[in-house]
Design a binder for this molecule. Sequence first.
Ligand code: F6R
Ligand code: ZN
Length: 189
Amino acid sequence: MTDTQKRIEPFGVEIDLLTGAMKDFDNYKKTMASTMIPYYADTDAIRDLVESQGNPIHYEVFEKTIPEAAGHIRVCISKLLPGKVGGEFFMTKGHYHTVLETAESYLCLAGEGFLLMKTSEGRCLWEPFRPGRLVYCPPSWAHRSINTGSVPLVSLCHYPGDAGHNYGDIVEEGFPKRCFDRGGKPAFE
Ligand code: F6R
Ligand code: ZN
């Protein structure tokens, strides 16, 4: 990226703090249920969901265009729909940042759930999400959102412009814990 491409004008953006709706977003990324087949413990259940519901949206990301370069802070809204796959709560794919030494903050605006985090050495911790709770994911921890509620889990995320996303290692490694509905309560197993 050239210096000119890294230079942008100041801007503001309206975010509805109750719903997480970002007005005038530039980029929208939707992740469909079919792409989640490798991620859930119960492969038959996710395949059934994709077929019976016509491959619905699983989660969405809304953002303004901010250069993927050091010095910038990327800002986005992550919206994960509610539901379960064979008793496992809906989750995002999860990733490490390509530049491992980059952190991320998640401010939960709506819904409930967890940010599940792991290191490559196998440490695994989770922090609850509820509206108004900020979760800090330190450098080198992979992270995945989990929705344990009945409405969309919406978070406002900030992370360094040059962080990048590494999904491949999570496809290989997975996370040491999964979150299941056990008698109406989330349980990490
Ligand atoms: C950005 C970040 C979040 C996620 C979003 C979707 O670094 O952590 O905005 O990108 O929650 O999850 P993934 O990226 O795992 O598909
Ligand atoms: Zn991230």
